[in-house]
Each structure stands twice: as structure tokens, then as C-alpha cells.
Ligand binder design. Structure first.
Ligand code: DC
Length: 221
């Protein structure tokens, strides 16, 4: 059967990772979380006391991979260590947002992402998948939701992880990240011209999935 590439882009907490994972599971494709790759680089920098520019000579010492764990979910490995939990903190998210605008960091990770998609049959989520990593992807989704909805999702997610966020800080963090992601010089977050714009504010995943799977099946023919 024909295999395609599904590119899922969008701002922070738009739900794109959940969506990309659910699509991959439904159609039997591999799922690649590129945000996790930027987060792993950020964690490496933080652990080694490197600021964004000092990091560059160390890139070749960073090995990022994914592994499937017992419950069926996918975890990120940094130099062989499972860092799935460590990369999901606000601190690492903020550092990821500082290292991700660096051209060399992007080139380092984009080359790995392109290699992962060589055989197609993948769902990849990020900010630049439909514009830079796979401009030829057969299906491109640009997922968004209102800033209030996204801040509330992020807030609940952090509470669920045992953190004690202040809602106003989460809103400010989402706004800052949106600004940085859309205004950076290197591969800013933007919708590819041929991407489907999908606003999922107030929608359940189950209802969204009907649309995504319809788009997917349309692209197979
Ligand atoms: O989606 P996320 O919050 O896990 O992403 C972490 C950071 O990495 C965020 O600042 C955006 C950046 N990123 C990027 O620049 N390009 C990608 N393809 C994925 C994430």
C-alpha cells in the first residue's frame, strides 16, 4: 500500500502531539516528536552548563533516539538515557525555545528528521515540518486553538505532572513562546501554503480524528 508523510505543525499546546500520536496509531505509522529532539538538545545544554552558542562544538556528542516502553508510549533517549520526564519541564521548554532558533542546531536535527522519514509511513510533529523538513509531505496539518484554550491545556498538563504553575505565568509563557516561534529568523512557525488549517478550540479529540482520518484517506488515493 502507498505510504505517505503526514506533517503536523502548530503552536505550543495546540494539541498537535496528541493528534499526531493518535493519527500514527490509527494508521499504523511511526510517530516522531521533533519538539522532543529540541528539548533533548536543551537538556544537554542545561546539564553541561552550556549557553546556546557554547553548545555548537558539542552537537556531535549528542545522540537522540526514540524507544517504545512497556505501556506502548514512546520515550526520548539522550545518549542512551531515557529523559522523557526530564525534557517536559518548563525550564527545559524555555531552553528549547532558546536553542531552536540557532541555525546549526536546526540543521543538525532536520537532517536526522529527514533521514527518519526516508521510507515514508511517518507522522511527524513540530513547527517547520510542512515548510522545511518535508515540504513535499502528502498531508500537512496546521493545528491551532485560541491562546486561552492552549494556556488552559498547558496549565492542566503541568498540574498533572505534579508541578504548581501559576495560571498567569502559563499564559505569559505561551505568549512569549508564540512570539519567539513566529518571529525567529530561522524556520519561523508558519502555515505552509498547502497545509490544512484546523482550529480545534473546544473540540474533543474523537471528533477531530474523524476529520484527520478523512484527510489522510483522501491523500492515499
Ligand atoms: O513542541 P515543543 O513545545 O515540545 O517544542 C519545544 C521547542 O522546540 C519550542 O520552543 C519550539 C521548538 N521546536 C522547533 O523550533 N521546531 C520543531 N520542529 C519543533 C520544536
Amino acid at each position: 500500500m502507498k505510504k505517505i508523510i503526514v506533517a503536523v505543525d502548530g503552536p505550543s499546546s495546540s494539541g498537535k502531539s496528541t493528534i499526531a500520536k493518535a493519527i500514527a496509531k490509527a494508521v499504523g505509522y511511526n510517530y516522531i516528536d521533533t519538539g522532543a529532539m529540541y528539548r533533548a538538545v536543551a537538556l544537554y545544554a542545561l546539564r553541561n552548563g552550556l549557553d546556546s552558542q557554547d553548545l555548537l562544538p558539542h552537537l556531535d556528542q549528542i545522540n537522540i533516539a526514540f524507544t517504545r516502553v512497556e505501556d506502548g508510549s514512546q520515550h526520548t533517549l539522550l545518549n542512551g538515557e531515557d529523559v522523557e520526564k526530564q525534557i517536559r519541564t518548563l525550564e527545559v521548554g524555555n531552553m528549547a525555545s532558546q536553542v531552536s532558533p540557532i541555525k546549526e542546531v536546526r540543521a543538525f536535527l532536520v537532517a536526522q528528521q529527514q533521514a527518519m522519514g526516508k521510507e515514508k509511513g511517518i507522522v511527524m510533529d513540530g513547527r517547520d515540518i510542512g515548510t522545511v523538513v518535508f515540504p513535499q509531505a502528502e498531508l500537512k496539518l496546521f493545528i491551532t486553538a485560541s491562546p486561552e484554550v492552549r494556556a488552559m491545556r498547558r496549565y492542566k498538563e503541568l498540574i498533572g505532572k505534579g508541578e504548581k504553575p501559576v495560571f498567569e505565568d502559563v499564559v505569559a509563557d505561551i505568549n512569549d513562546r508564540d512570539y519567539r516561534d513566529t518571529h525567529r529568523a530561522e524556520s519561523p512557525l508558519r502555515q505552509a501554503e498547502d497545509a490544512i488549517l484546523y482550529d480545534n478550540s473546544g473540540m474533543e479529540l474523537e471528533d477531530q480524528m474523524k476529520d484527520y482520518l478523512r484527510f489522510f484517506n483522501d491523500r492515499l488515493h
